[in-house]
Design a protein around this ligand. Structure first.
Ligand code: GDP
Length: 178
């Protein structure tokens, strides 16, 4: 009914970062239940839909866009970023250059969003199951997040550790839900 519709918020979330950082794995892991791959007809890009419930019984539909094989400077990248309310900025904790390149990914977001409200961004260090192979120190991660006003997470798409949490928290941040 109409009350339900009013309560049904939709959020566009983009999962960005270097190739092989684990973006698709994160989306797949998050999708394990009630996840449907949809075809984005407007721009011909794929996204996933996931319905979640936030504290206070707030129903939210997340539209999760995986940039897939798009690279920095890729032709379609701006279409992914445009209109997003949230970004998961993903790197691989065992691959230092995937962390270094986040400055450029961040700049790409700023460029598209320079005239509009900037999306909420969460820094996501993926592959914490490979902690013994970590090359990006935790304090570097924290400093980067702090400098750019991002929330921060360590996850493993492989084990599933903290994967739900980072999407849930980002949605809550966007909607100002505690
Ligand atoms: P994408 O290019 O960013 O979408 O990255 P993929 O999701 O294709 O993952 C790249 C590679 O990293 C694949 O071989 C995945 O199996 C692996 N991978 C992704 N996430 C994890 C993780 O959390 N832990 C480990 N050990 N491997 C992962």
């Amino acid at each position: 009914d109409s009350e339900e519709e009013i309560n049904d918020k939709k959020l566009k979330i983009v999962v960005m970062g270097d190739g092989a950082s684990g973006k698709t794995s994160l989306c797949t892991r998050y999708s394990q239940e009630q996840f449907n791959k949809q075809y984005g007809q407007t721009v011909g890009l794929d996204f996933y839909l996931k319905r979640i419930v936030l504290p206070g019984n707030i129903n939210v539909t997340l539209q999760v866009w995986d940039i897939g094989g798009q690279t920095l400077g890729g032709k379609m990248l701006d279409n992914y970023i445009y209109g997003s309310q949230g970004v998961l900025l993903v790197y691989d904790i065992t691959n230092y250059s995937s962390f270094e390149n986040l400055e450029d990914w961040y700049a790409a977001i700023r460029k598209v969003c320079k005239d509009v409200r900037s999306p909420h961004i969460a820094l996501v260090g993926n592959k914490i199951d490979l902690e013994h192979m970590r090359t990006v120190k935790q304090d570097k991660h924290q400093r980067f997040a702090q400098e750019h006003g991002m929330s921060s997470h360590f996850v493993s798409a492989k084990s599933g550790d903290s994967v739900n949490l980072c999407f849930q928290k980002l949605a809550a941040e966007i909607l100002g839900v505690k």
